[in-house]
Design a protein around this ligand. Structure first.
Ligand code: SAM
Length: 249
């Protein structure tokens, strides 16, 4: 039977390539890869000489047709992305949908995923969570998305690239306030892996004081909004009154 395997690859540390991933990639007839040049290096490292074919956002529909034709002819196929689990902020949705609709089985070969790795060490609640993927690149659109998540009560998180990390932290302060608890996972499984957790302003201060901390790849996780209990609101009002009293003549 023809199958399509969705194969996870490492997000930095090559030791995270699973034995099953290597075996499947050796056995399939063809590997669809987001960037064949990038993946060629990984294949060489693991001694995999299966032919690669590109499958990215700009040719996915066309490639899906080709892949389905080959599967109808009895071939098995694997999909990989540049890093981590395909389809998670990576190409493959259209391919998986159409291969399933064509009646073939799609089989996961699980492994690294930056979001799940970050979540597992963040110290934030993990019983329920929401993955937002990449926020819009432009400031106004990005703040709007953050606003729509501001009252969400479970942990949520985004992927972010190094050149926008400081802007993202600024936007989090603007929309959520400086006291919201966040966790920032940088360069997971790589040499400079760093996990920072604290209020947005604490994390911001660390990045401001050390520009090396602004480099690399990031997962940013945000603690869900907590409804204040009546007793806490009472205390807030009391504090506010005390502050006002000081200013009164
Ligand atoms: N499919 C991948 C996965 O399963 O995690 C994600 C691909 S997405 C195009 C790339 C983004 O994932 C990066 O911009 C970064 O936010 C995050 N990412 C990937 N590798 C990472 C790492 N080693 N450490 C931190 N974040 C990483």
């Amino acid at each position: 039977d023809s199958l399509l395997y969705i194969v996870s690859t490492p997000i930095g540390n090559l030791g995270d390539m699973t034995p099953r991933a290597i075996e499947v990639l050796r056995q399939v007839d063809i590997i669809a890869a987001e960037d064949t040049r990038h993946s060629k290096r990984l294949m060489n490292h693991f001694g995999i000489d299966t032919p690669l074919t590109p499958c990215h956002d700009h040719n996915e529909r066309h490639q899906a047709e080709m892949i389905i034709r080959r599967m109808q002819a009895g071939e098995t196929v694997a999909l990989i992305s540049d890093a981590g689990t395909p389809l998670i902020s990576d190409p493959g949705f259209y391919l998986v949908r159409s291969v399933r609709e064509a009646g073939f089985r799609v089989v996961p070969v699980p492994g690294a995923c930056a979001f799940i790795a970050a979540l597992s060490v963040s110290g934030l609640p993990t019983d329920r969570f929401y993955f937002e993927g990449f926020l819009p690149a432009k400031g106004a659109g990005r703040r709007k998305r953050i606003e729509s998540l501001a009252a969400f009560s479970n942990t949520w998180g985004v992927y972010e690239s190094p050149h926008r990390i400081m802007e993202l932290l600024d936007d989090l302060v603007t929309v959520l306030g400086s006291e919201r608890y966040i966790a920032l996972a940088r360069e997971i499984t790589k040499t400079f892996e760093t996990i920072l957790a604290g209020t947005v302003s604490e994390v911001q201060a660390i990045l401001e004081s050390d520009s090396n901390q602004q480099r690399g790849e990031f997962v940013v996780l945000v603690e869900g909004h907590k409804e204040k209990k009546d007793s806490e609101i009472g205390r807030d009002i009391e504090k506010m009154l005390q502050r006002l009293m000081v200013d009164l003549p």
